[in-house]
Design a protein around this ligand. Structure first.
Ligand code: NAD
Length: 475
């Protein structure tokens, strides 16, 4: 049994009734899992009205009540993690353990927001006149429109929903049509947790049509998007034209620096494991590798060996370490990166091709000897491809790492405290991980700089994008 698919508007699950539908495909074998109902314009209007009406009371709800609902959602997410995870594997492809892990970590995100939403404080500014009182209030911004992608469907949606709802906003979220089950499960969890109708609304449709309609609506005051840089720029421009607040979590192209004093075997093992996570379809995936000359050959050998041993298969098979790509259109994209590297003199040390079986599988791929202007070195591959290059001088490696317009995450392996400090300050990136992978925890801010985005999710910063600051002075 796969997840029941519906729209969720004003507290009601809506399907059928003459709506257009879109097939949901299992990327491990190409079979059809279900039909997703798409929102009509009347549905979008209903979602807007419901969110607008619900905001009138939700904005004044007690933070304790909001907290209790978020806590309940955390509890339900943990209870249902196996079932939600199985559906996520079916429609997205990631191995079941990764899928269940995503749901469990999202329960922690809901718990974090449940705690933090009780601490959204304003302040009192001492006045020049003792009779005057000066208050700074932080108020919910209003109705939010959010758009989330298919690579971490539960995570990306629940972070936006918890931040909006915890802040006292209402929200309309368009989830990923390719992999919708996780977002449906979130709607069910909030419904069962007793969220009042209209506070959360879930819609599906043609992405551009839905985002265009919602962002232009005067009811919407805030836009939050996770996805690619080009789409993010389009949505940010439209939001700007209508003077709406934005949070943009966009693509990355994470540089990895392995210094000569690093523990090479450990770095190679950890980087290989992280590279194949979600088949490389991770915005903070390690992407461009700069390896010091002295350890280059050793690193290439160890890293390639690790990737060569990865068991690729259906995510429901307990032995699988890497599943398929989430949809068919990713395969020609992977091939384009490999072909381009080859045409520029790059060597394919491992993989480099689609795996011949049903579904959308691409082999873990290692490329070497390619120039810095190869496509895979400049555009986000979003797949299991690792280009390995050499460096000699750290200044040069840092300059190369900072040379792209992206700035989401960066990685470095070194045993030198001095070098670690320098990398932590000089890498132009929203997140810098040294000797381990520690981003994406509920209590730490997640977000990019440069083309990789605007704003942070998580950490104590998580509500900033959903609140407006008001100054009240009285005598
Ligand atoms: P895409 O750019 O068409 O879509 C990316 C996501 O944005 C999808 O979820 C899609 O539904 C949504 N989207 C697209 N156009 C939209 C619009 N006008 N309004 C609202 N939402 C819209 O590409 P794709 O083939 O689905 O994914 C490939 C690329 O997207 C990757 O190469 C990667 O760069 C990027 N991506 C990034 C993330 C991330 O976490 N930052 C997640 C998924 C995809």
């Amino acid at each position: 049994m796969y997840q029941h698919l519906a729209l969720y508007i004003n507290g009601q699950f809506l399907d059928g009734q003459g709506r257009q539908t879109q097939a949901v495909i299992n990327p491990a074998n190409g079979s059809t899992l279900g039909q997703l109902p798409l929102a009509s314009q009347a549905d979008l209007d209903a979602a807007l009205s419901a969110a607008q009406a619900a905001f009138k009371s939700w904005r004044h709800s007690s933070p304790m009540d909001r907290s209790a609902i978020l806590r309940k959602v955390a509890e339900l997410s943990r209870e249902r993690a196996q079932e939600i995870g199985r559906n996520l594997t079916l429609d997205q492809g990631k191995p079941l353990a990764e899928a269940v892990g995503e749901i469990m970590s999202c329960a922690d995100h809901a718990d974090w927001h449940a705690e933090e939403c009780r601490r959204i404080y304003g302040r009192v500014i001492p006045a020049r006149n003792p009779k005057v009182q000066q208050l700074v209030l932080r108020e919910p911004i209003g109705v939010c429109a959010a758009f989330t992608p298919w690579n971490f469907p539960y995570n990306q949606a629940i972070r936006k929903i918890c931040a909006a709802i915890g802040a006292g906003c209402t929200i309309i979220l368009k989830g990923p049509e390719d992999s919708p089950s996780a977002v449906m499960a979130i709607a069910q969890a909030f419904h069962d947790a007793g969220l009042p109708p209209g506070v959360l609304n879930i819609v599906w449709g043609i992405p551009q049509e839905v985002s265009d309609y919602l962002i232009r609506s005067p009811i919407v005051r805030k836009v939050s998007f996770t996805g690619s840089v080009p789409v993010g720029k389009q949505l940010a421009a439209l939001a700007g034209a209508h003077m709406k607040r934005i949070t943009m979590e966009l693509g990355g192209h994470s540089p990895v620096l392995v210094l000569p004093d690093a523990d090479v075997a450990r770095a190679a093992r950890q980087l290989a494991r992280f590279k194949i996570r979600n088949a490389g379809q991770v915005c903070i995936s390690p992407t461009r590798f700069y390896i010091h000359d002295d350890i280059y050959t050793q690193f290439v050998d160890r890293f390639t060996e690790e990737l060569a041993n990865v068991k690729v298969g259906d995510g429901l098979d307990p032995d699988t370490q890497m599943g398929p790509l989430a949809h068919e259109r990713r395969i020609p994209m992977m091939q384009k990166f490999v072909d381009n590297a080859r045409s520029l003199g790059g060597k394919v040390v491992l993989g480099g091709e689609q795996i011949k079986r049903d579904g959308f599988f691409f082999s873990p791929t290692v490329l070497t000897d390619l120039p810095d202007d190869a496509l895979v070195m400049t555009e986000e591959p979003f797949g299991p491809i690792a280009p390995l290059t050499r460096y000699h001088d750290l200044d040069d490696a840092i300059a190369r790492a900072n040379s792209l317009p992206y700035g989401l995450s960066a990685y470095a392996f070194t045993q030198s405290l001095q070098a670690a400090h320098r990398l932590g300050t000089e890498l132009e990136s929203g997140m810098v991980n040294i000797n381990h992978f520690g981003s994406s925890l509920p209590e730490t801010p997640f977000g990019g700089v440069k083309d990789s985005g605007i704003g942070s999710e998580g950490g104590t910063e998580t509500f900033d994008g959903y609140l407006v600051t008001k100054f009240v002075t009285q005598i």
